[in-house]
Design a protein around this ligand. Structure first.
Ligand SMILES: [Zn+2]
Length: 302
């Protein structure tokens, strides 16, 4: 019998559910809305799991690995999840009691990093750091093949490292000078808004700023250059602590491709600490499926 595992990514508006084989093949994927009511959401996930398994009668399901956007302790409980309004919810218990399967839980960004390590751009690496650059900056640290979740589930929150850029800009976390206020899409837009033509535009996206930089706009070049410098410097610090083999860049801003990757790597190489400097930089490969692969990796790889 073929062994399979569910990977589940619970977001604020949708749940992504995938069935993945031990060999890393995504056999089935579906998306459905997250309900306001916690019990209804878990009932629905368990229903979908039964539907999927009915379509794969020759497979044996070993469990479900679940990603939730919040700090996770004991691979089971989300301490706090603002997007879903959850406080101290034992996700593993809620789902395993309904689906009758073993369930392991991780932070969604950490799980995406694990997925990339198992079947994506970090395949074959035991030590990897992923920086997910979107509206904010999330991330995941994989050491010796395992997620570093830390004592209270805050491990891998690389977006809230303090960096020497915009030390007066307040972060959503309430502190100042976090990496994400400079280098996230929101930070890039905020910095660009100080200059024309962005100042006069109603809606600016990070892509607009990257496009302007590519077209030769010197202000836009300065803004994206600063974001890259902040990411590169953060990578230098992280490398001194966990010495990864590879840094992966993912998230919406990574659609800029080498326009993001190359200057981050250059900034890193400029001031990396020798014994930790032998690091590869690459773009993440699994996109929105990274969390699903990561969920399966909790059973098949970790
Ligand atoms: Zn912060």
């Amino acid at each position: 019998m073929k062994q399979v595992c569910f990977g589940v990514d619970i977001g604020g508006t949708t749940v992504k559910l995938g069935l993945v084989s031990r060999e890393g093949e995504l056999l089935d994927k579906r998306e459905f809305p997250t309900f306001r009511d916690l019990g209804a959401t878990f009932d629905d996930i368990a229903d979908h799991m039964r539907q999927v398994m009915a379509a794969f009668p020759d497979c044996q399901c070993v469990g479900a690995g679940v990603g939730v956007p919040g700090p996770i302790v004991d691979q089971s409980t989300v301490v706090h999840c603002a997007n879903l309004g959850w406080e101290n919810v034992n996700v593993a218990q809620e789902l395993s009691s309904r689906a009758n399967l073993p369930v392991k839980v991780a932070n969604d960004a950490n799980l995406a990093a694990l997925g990339e390590q198992w079947q994506g751009a970090g395949k074959g690496c035991r030590n990897l750091v992923m920086l997910t650059v979107g509206t904010g900056i999330g991330g995941g640290i994989i050491c010796d093949g395992r997620i570093v979740a830390g004592a209270t589930g805050g491990g891998g929150e690389v977006g809230h490292m303090t960096v020497p850029f915009h030390s007066d800009w307040q972060c959503g976390c309430g502190r100042k000078g976090c990496l994400e206020v400079t280098a996230s899409a929101s930070g890039i837009i905020r910095a660009a808004k100080a200059f024309s033509p962005f100042k006069e535009m109603d809606k600016v996206t990070a892509k607009d700023v990257y496009d302007a930089a590519a077209a030769g706009d010197t202000n836009a070049q300065a803004v994206v250059g600063e974001a890259a410098a902040a990411l590169g410097m953060a990578a230098v610090t992280i490398s001194c602590i966990v010495n990864p083999e590879v840094f992966l860049l993912g998230g919406g801003v990574s659609a800029a491709g080498s326009a993001l990757l190359d200057p981050v790597e250059t900034a890193f190489r400029t001031c990396a600490f020798g014994p930790c400097a032998d690091v590869r930089f690459a773009l993440a490969q699994l996109g929105n499926n990274a969390g699903i692969y990561g969920g399966a990796a909790l059973f098949f790889a970790e």
